[in-house]
Design a binder for this molecule. Sequence first.
Ligand SMILES: *Cc1c(COP(=O)(O)O)cnc(C)c1O
Length: 371
Amino acid sequence: MYEIMTPGPTAVAENVRMARSRECTNPDLDPQFYEFYRDTCRMFSELVRTENETLILGGEGILGLEAACASLTEAGDRVLVLDNGVFGKGFQDFVSMYGGDAVLYTTDYRKPIDPAALQTYLEQDSDFKYATVVHCDTPSGMCNDVAAICPLLKSYGILTVVDSVSAMFGEQMDADDFQIDVLLGGSQKAISAPPGLTLVTLSQDARSAMKNRKTPIASFYANLLTFEDYYENQWFPYTMPVSDICGLRAALENIRREPDIVARHQKIAARVRRALTSCGLKLYQEDGFCGTVTVFEVPKPAQAADILDKMKTEHNILIAGSFDVMAGQVIRIGHMGENCREEKVRRTLAALDRVLADLGVLMKGRTAEIF
Ligand SMILES: *Cc1c(COP(=O)(O)O)cnc(C)c1O
């Protein structure tokens, strides 16, 4: 087995794996399962500090992104797509797929979105049904200040859709204080459950926008209204993945037992950045660093593919390159959830030191020692 130090999927704790091996029930007919599902949803709402209802959907994080856009977008709706990273820009595809008019607000990929500049933009044009914001844009590690951005958008009457799949629990999330209408999470990042589930919270405003559409939602699986009154009616729109949800529940209980989980991420992330930069490596970002992932430029004369391959074959550790416009340029170390542990990160850095030395990179020290 490889050690997976990637920005998702992440390592899964033993009690989460054990929970997944529990006896299965028929989730459609077993009244106890409806209780279990609703309690798990409520636990998530509490952990991200919202009064809004959570839904757990069978399908990885991307399903949540698509479901939010499918459920909100009607033909011709203008949607503001905040783009300072690959996932940020990617929202335009979901918006246009469902007939919306995606308006990109593109800024420097090495810097977080500046709320003051966004405000200047909104003063000129704020006629948007909703806006999409990525909390941590994982391919570049960019963390956006959703605490400032979302209240600003709401003050212009714009609904806020936030992809915090790779940020939540490594970055502070106070969904109600931040005025997030649709918050999206996935099981396989800092939650550290296996891939397979999306978590979505829905505000009253978001729900009303979905209910007051003139045209029907052009999807079944990605229609968030199909879960309406599931508890009262004891009826799920499709068969719930029981074992995945048992695992998720155990993972959320682990998080609840650790009130300082965000601080653990922030500390480790700061130490990783300091270790890499003190040894002469260059971080991709100028600012907006995230607690869950560190992204650095491929140092000369090494190639990204060789670094990843040697880490894998010689040290049994998977770290990640990147994709889309970032492909080949950067290396990403994930330190989220169960991977955000001192020993694991130190092992990864020690391996990286050897790999970079083998590839002829001149370093100013050993990252594992400085860490
Ligand atoms: C991982 C991730 C997702 C979900 O992608 P999946 O492949 O479905 O897990 C969505 N947004 C961001 C920012 C992510 O990092």
